[in-house]
Ligand binder design. Structure first.
Ligand code: NAD
Length: 484
């Protein structure tokens, strides 16, 4: 078998110890890997590289396209950027896949039947980092959800379920509040799900969904969700397995893939030889499946399950009642190697021999369904320290009949305050004015919006943004304000 080129980084804290153990096990199992090593993390940050990775390291990643990464320590303050976010975005790693499994009765947990996988969208949502200070008192953050991004992640979740013998995919959103962005995610989930009649599907609002993951994780199989909810819910799920040190994760893109442990660099135990290498090892198992070495992946995973089942445990999962032998990193690694070729008898053995090489192959995105898009108005944001009624009165002077625009609504922090606002609504110093077509039968032209903004500018208004309002096939492409 030819060796598959991969890039590794030993990272910080316990990173080098758990990477050594992982590579020894992969080697003993017969993994065919041509390993290139790059340096990332603390030492690179200390050389003044703000994102923790040298330009030269990208060359290896671009060549091998497969990255096994140990955890790194992110320096606090000093304008340093998260290396994980940089890598995910630069390599378009759109799916974060995190299996969260209980290993009862061998590892103590309140949820012995838990065996779920979280498929988290990894590029969009509030992680776009598009934020603005809009006024003295108001900050805003923009949530972006795209149809292609959503289609890809939902498709990945269903394909993953099918390839891994999973029965159900649950979508989690907050589309009762974010009707357009989360609403799109839910809608696309339903559309894509319809192509998988063999897989059960359901939807939960994220708040109750998270509560259910914490209290009854055994009812879930695969969960697919947006970036921020996925970030939160995957930590909840990892925690309730009873063992943050045991989770591996993959970050999958169209061309690239990165595999790692769920946990961080654990500086409190670094250099002591007691770290559990299991999280990185299970990340490496996902990598072997991805590069088409499913047989070796299964051997490693089964030997690892047998080691856990035999009660050979590192300190953080060792319990007198459920464990037999407390070991450090090296002895745990030796125990896994000794069990290569064996299968667990109580825990469920794995079989990756039929997993497709090169990861899941997704069909091309569906062609876009073009809608008829018409401009129907504009929302203008501005700073103002007076009342809504005063603002509305002053706007009448800025509107000219030839602009085909009328002031339809003013909101503050998303709540309608004019017309007929509630005098008890607290107002901050940034306002949104909604202007709609005065004559609904005529579209609003850019020149009319610019003329209005020019009049507002000359009247001394200090606007912060303008967002054009469109209808798509006659349906509004914007939400109404609270109370509108
Ligand atoms: P952590 O996951 O490193 O540690 C949390 C606790 O779990 C610690 O008590 C630690 O000793 C224990 N622990 C973690 N992994 C273990 C293992 N394999 N074996 C035994 N015990 C283990 O989280 P933290 O302390 O919040 O973060 C430490 C550093 O790691 C921070 O700089 C953080 O930014 C970074 N971090 C990196 C990644 C990554 O590179 N993917 C992820 C999370 C955190």
């Amino acid at each position: 078998m030819t060796k598959t080129p991969i890039t590794i980084a030993r990272g910080d804290g316990i990173g080098p110890e758990i990477m050594d153990a992982t590579l020894k096990i992969l080697d003993a199992a017969g993994a065919q890997l041509a390993i290139e090593e790059i340096e990332i993390g603390e030492a690179v940050y200390k050389r003044g590289i703000k994102n923790g990775i040298e330009d030269s390291a990208w060359a290896s990643l671009k060549k091998t396209k497969v990255f096994l990464k140990a955890p790194i320590t992110t320096p606090q303050g000093g304008g340093f950027k998260s290396l994980n976010v940089t890598i995910r975005k630069s390599l378009s790693l759109y799916a974060n896949v995190r299996p969260c499994v209980a290993y009862a009765p061998f590892v103590e947990t309140a949820h012995p039947k838990m065996d779920l996988v979280i498929v988290r969208e990894n590029e969009e949502d509030l992680y776009g980092g598009i934020e603005y200070r809009q006024s003295q008192d108001v900050m805003a953050s923009l949530k972006i959800i795209s149809r292609p991004g959503t289609e890809r992640i939902c498709r990945y979740a269903f394909e993953y379920a099918r390839a891994n013998g999973r029965k159900k995919v649950t979508c989690m959103t907050k589309d009762n509040i974010m009707k357009l962005s989360d609403g799109l995610f839910h809608k696309v989930f339903d559309e894509i799900g319809a192509e998988y009649p063999d897989i059960q599907k359901d939807h939960m609002i994220i708040d109750i969904g998270t509560a259910k993951v914490a209290a009854h994780p055994e009812i879930f199989d695969v969960i697919v969700t947006t970036n921020l909810y996925g970030d939160i819910i995957s930590d909840v799920a990892a925690e309730v397995t009873g063992s943050v040190g045991l989770g591996g994760s993959s970050n999958i893109g169209l061309d690239f893939a990165m595999f790692e442990a769920v946990h961080g660099s654990a500086p409190d135990i670094a250099g002591k030889g007691i770290a559990n290498p299991s999280g990185l090892l299970l990340g490496a198992v996902m990598m072997l499946v991805h590069i088409g070495q499913g047989k070796v992946a299964g051997d490693v995973h089964n030997a690892w399950l047998k080691t856990i089942e035999d009660g050979i445990h590192t300190g953080e999962i060792y319990r007198a009642a459920t464990s037999k032998k407390r070991v450090g990193t090296d002895d745990f690694c030796k125990a896994v190697i000794e069990r290569l070729g064996q299968k667990p008898s109580t825990l469920k053995a794995v079989d990756y021999s039929k997993a497709p090489a090169g990861g899941l192959k997704l069909p091309p995105l569906k062609p876009r369904q073009e809608s008829v898009k018409e401009r129907v108005g504009v929302d203008i944001g501005l700073n103002w320290d007076g009342t809504a009624a005063e603002l509305a009165g002053l706007m009448q002077d800025c509107l000219q009949p030839e602009q085909n625009l009328k002031l339809a609504m003013i909101s503050n922090r998303g709540t309608k305050v004019w017309p007929d606002g509630n005098p008890d609504t607290f107002c901050a110093d940034n306002w949104r004015l909604r202007f709609m077509a005065a004559n609904e039968n005529e579209p609003v032209r850019t020149s009319q919006v610019l003329a209005l903004m020019n009049n507002m500018n000359e009247a001394g208004f200090n606007f912060t943004k303008a967002t054009m309002l469109h209808s798509f096939d006659g349906k509004p492409g914007f939400t109404v304000a609270q109370g509108e």
